[in-house]
Write a protein that binds this ligand. Structure first.
Ligand code: NAD
Ligand code: DAU
Length: 353
């Protein structure tokens, strides 16, 4: 049976990717995840008796574990998503980001290189290592500057984006030096079901529903390009099947919005559901240090070369997302247990208004 291996499949994008994968293909998917605070196996409970999904708890820094897995399951591709992913956490504690995002990616590449080197000629040719990266590696843009293309130089500004940029460089080097057939994607801000409520959109939804303040960093005029997670998952499948080894592809939503616009929309949609004035909860707090002002993705290459374009508009995607959080109180309550409360205290207590 043909198989792929995904890392970080119990996180936000990984969960959505696996659920879509099982819906859209017959191929097995092995999911290697350490289950950090961001990984949640309950997300995949609907697959408990489905042999197509094979879960393995483990760390991408553990070379032996990865090599054993590759030998055992003989995947035709690796989709590498495992990472420490939250910018604010990287500011408070960068060490984990260096370990997982740089060392972890290096160890995974090394194991993949040895595994790939021993494959038969045809399996070697068809093998792919798809690295999921971010638009944050390109740094920040002024309001009117053209959107990032794949050729934009790397200018990462946070420990998170610096660690992702380093991992991208390693992936690139493994292609140029060893010929490993790699693909790299740079995507913009995702939103949708199962996103941990440390990120802007789910944080605003769960705080609003709990009647808590909605903390806007600085003036709230920072701009992000919002991509519905299921569109992103489809784009990754397209890149995996049709992408050219050694190439990089931007994935974006064509959906630039300021943080305040996002928060206002969430408040207004929630008000239609719950008849309360959520905008009154908006509170400006101290800005994020080194806060990037604007990200924007030029996603023409993936459309032109591989025929992918996002399907969801922000208006439809945000409604589906809010509906999901309204219908999944238990999930929200579970992820907001002990450690989450500690994080909220670390990040928000002491941010002056
Ligand atoms: P997430 O934080 O929700 O999930 C990360 C997953 O990786 C978790 O399940 C966690 O347990 C696992 N993990 C962490 N360290 C690990 C390790 N050492 N070994 C094995 N597993 C480990 O992240 P996400 O939002 O789903 O992002 C997935 C990928 O996409 C990341 O590489 C991130 O940099 C990238 N990305 C995310 C976004 C976004 O908006 N969420 C945008 C661009 C790029
Ligand atoms: O651009 C892609 C990146 O998007 C990914 O690589 C990262 O993994 C992902 O976390 C995300 O990074 P951001 O820093 O853009 O996302 P976040 O949701 O943390 O913040 C979005 C914007 O909202 C940012 O300008 C900071 C602001 N913000 C965030 C939080 C958590 C607030 O104003 N208040 C908040 O409480």
């Amino acid at each position: 049976m043909s198989t792929i291996l995904i890392t970080g499949g119990a996180g936000f994008i990984g969960t959505n990717f696996i659920l879509d994968w099982v819906k859209n293909t017959d191929e097995n998917i092995v999911n290697l995840d350490k289950l950090t605070y961001a990984g949640n196996l309950h997300n995949l409970v609907s697959l408990t008796n489905n042999p197509q999904h094979i879960f393995v708890q483990g760390d991408i820094c553990d070379s032996e574990r990865i090599s054993t897995l590759l030998e055992r399951y003989q995947p035709r591709a690796i989709i590498h998503m495992a990472a420490e992913s939250h910018v604010d956490r990287s500011i408070h504690g960068p060490e984990y980001f260096i370990q997982t995002n740089i060392t972890g990616t290096f160890r995974l590449l090394e194991a993949a290189r040895h595994y790939w080197g021993d494959l038969s000629v045809s399996r070697k040719e068809n093998f792919r290592f798809l690295h999921v990266s971010t638009d944050e590696v390109f740094g920040t843009l002024t309001k009117d500057a053209p959107a990032f293309t794949e050729n934009h130089c790397f200018q990462p500004n946070s420990p998170y984006s610096a660690s992702k940029a380093s991992s991208d460089c390693l992936v690139r080097a493994y292609h140029h030096t060893y010929g490993l057939p790699v693909l790299t994607t740079h995507c913009s801000n995702n939103y949708g079901a199962y996103q941990f409520p440390e990120k802007l959109i789910p944080l605003m939804i769960v705080n609003a529903l709990a009647g808590k303040p909605l903390p806007v960093y600085g003036d709230g005029q920072q701009i992000r390009d919002w991509l519905y997670v299921n569109d992103h998952c489809q784009a990754i499948r397209v890149v995996l099947e049709k992408g050219q080894p050694g190439e990089t592809y931007n994935i974006g939503g064509w959906n630039e919005k300021s943080n305040l616009e996002i928060i206002h929309t969430i408040c207004d949609v929630l008000q239609q559901f719950q008849q309360k004035d959520y905008r009154a909860l908006i509170t400006h707090v101290a800005d994020r240090p080194g806060h990037d002002r604007r990200y924007a993705i030029n996603a023409h290459k993936i459309e032109r070369e591989l025929g992918w374009r996002p399907l969801e508009t922000f208006e439809t995607g945000i409604r589906k997302t809010i509906q999901w959080y309204l219908e999944n109180h238990d999930w929200v309550a579970e992820v907001q247990s002990g450690d989450y409360r500690k994080w909220v205290e670390i990040n928000y207590t002491g941010r002056s208004q």
